[in-house]
Design a protein around this ligand. Sequence first.
Ligand SMILES: [Zn+2]
Length: 570
Amino acid sequence: MKRTHLWWALAALVVGLAVTAGGPLRAAGEHINYADLNKIKAEGLQRSQVMELCSWLSDVYAPRLTGSPTAQRAADWAVRKMTDWGLVNVKIEPWVNKNGFERGWTNDKFYMAVTAPERFPIPGTPTAWTPGTTGPIAGEVVLMAATTVDDLAPFKGKLKAKWVMLQAVPDVPAYWDPQAKRYTPEQLASLELNPPPPVLEFGVTPPGAGRGGPTPAAPAAPQAFGGGLAAAFNAARHEFLRAEGALGTIATVPRGHGLYTISGNRAADPATTLPAISIAAEHYGRIGRMLAKNVPVTIEADIKSTFYPNPAVFNVVGEIPGTDKADEIVMLGAHIDTWHSATGAADDGVGVAAMMEAMRILKASGVKLRRTVRVGLWEGEEQGLIGSREYVAAHFASRQALPAAPGAAAGAAPAGGGRGGFGGPQGPLEMKPDYDKLSVYFNIDNGTGALRGIYLQGNDAAGPIFREWMEPFRSLGMTTITVRNTGGTDHQSFDGVGLPGFQFIQDEVEYNSITHHTNMDTFERLQPNDVTKMATIAAGFAYLAANRDEKIPRKPLPVPGQGGVGRGGQ
Ligand SMILES: [Zn+2]
């Protein structure tokens, strides 16, 4: 090697070392106290209580439909637990507005069986807020696959004292692919490096622009009640069925494998609503195929459901006070309410358990927190992120929705049980004094899958900060930052008023395929290693946010008159 070459090689090495030491990983200059993070990791990974919290939530205090007595008991339990751990200001905080929750509801008994031509039981679940039966009632089954008002006419005079199946027998695909998946390094890189597809118009995001990654589209939920045109047809169909004297309705989804999804409309008046049942495609199909052979089928059902007038609707909060920046707030959150056909273990008992456990880890590890760390457990998420929106409106800021477009169904839950909530035009922000006190909100609500990174919700300035915060958790699988939005859960309530609200990237472990809103969302579907790491990382991020010199930077404020900022594509 010639001497000049050696010199250049040395120079390149020096420059290379400088880049490595002071380059990308230190770009935000975060001060990271590894001694404290090690205490957090030791508490979270070696002395975890998170699966026990999951079990209390999903085995004892479940399901937790908003406004139901079990949701209240779960909230009371969470308050006791967090008080025992030494958190302060632990309380149930009622919503300012009741948001149409005029009655709580529980299903206390469900029996359904085919009694002719053969006898066999049918597992199922009544749609929320629908009435039961007056004891066992039997009737023949009619399949009425109507999709328009015109389709109803041929059934006039044929539905009296009949159980009515509301759709054609669906084809059920096999499980050609594994239902639980880990993101591959290639998929994570794609999530990080490929920008989301361009937005074509204000408020209109192209299909697939939301989460990216290998998420299969969820099959459509039974459309007992929906938004817009679907809601209008469903209402007309329901009126027709009532006028004809039908006993009740039966619906399914094309998943098969014993699965069905559930939803409900809190505005349904029990005095004028028919019993509505969700069952698995296998049972639905067997009955439908017999009817197609002109074999009459008789169903007997005995359903008892209870209504509870004027229920409490609320969020649960608790804090660990900060020190020199105690008036500033870092928040962790998840939704405590569930649907009711299983125990809501993955949606979102696991998120609640992980965020409660994160608070326990912070308290038990004894690390110092400069800002106050607060946990929020929201009710009403499943009906449109209501609890978190109520909380944000009461404490931080609200945006009045501008008048909805003509034809929008007033008071009806959105299709699929209430997602989004920021689709319409939004008015100007009304800020509360604490608007400037919140640093950041972190949310968990995508099932049991391990945390693999974080969605930036378009907040580029937060990227270099989170990049450095992830480094101590790299060995737990936290590696990826994507500027993309993700939607459909409570971080949107913060993001929608311009506050930094984030949701983590999670492995797709049976969430969209098996657990989300189904009768199989149970403790057995939780993965202890993933959940333990989840709580530890949430504690670490809360710790780092609480002790950072500055608050997390914010995006520009939303513009009045347009759709809410950060609306995801999910
Ligand atoms: Zn959820």
